[in-house]
Design a protein around this ligand. Structure first.
Ligand SMILES: [Mg+2]
Length: 106
């Protein structure tokens, strides 16, 4: 993978490579499993020293969680790139005003 990887690209990549007979159950159970592994890595503050040694690190487990989140999005035909701004608008109303945002999208 290269720089400039988008959520849409990742969803297509996962759709092309990952197949299961019962994908909803498999992807959801794997997501919960990976969240647990991420929790363990965070508790141990297991950080990757470089990209050749990521096994059991926060870096590896963050990707695992993202992977199964995107796999579930594919299963339900959810285009997350379209959902993100809609959900962020809801969050903005609920949690902060636009003036409070540190990150200003272009
Ligand atoms: Mg994992």
């Amino acid at each position: 993978m290269s720089k400039g990887v988008t959520v849409q690209y990742l969803q297509k990549y996962i759709r092309a490579k990952d197949y299961h007979e019962d994908p909803g159950r498999e992807f959801f159970l794997k997501l919960t499993e990976e969240v647990g592994e991420l929790g363990r890595a965070i508790r141990k503050n297991a950080r990757a020293e470089d990209l050749e040694h990521i096994k059991g690190t926060i870096e590896e487990e963050l990707w695992d969680v993202m992977y199964y989140t995107l796999a579930l999005a594919n299963l339900y035909d959810v285009d997350l790139e379209k959902v993100i701004p809609a959900k962020e608008a809801i969050n903005a109303e609920k949690y902060y005003t636009p003036e409070e945002l540190r990150y200003k999208p272009e």
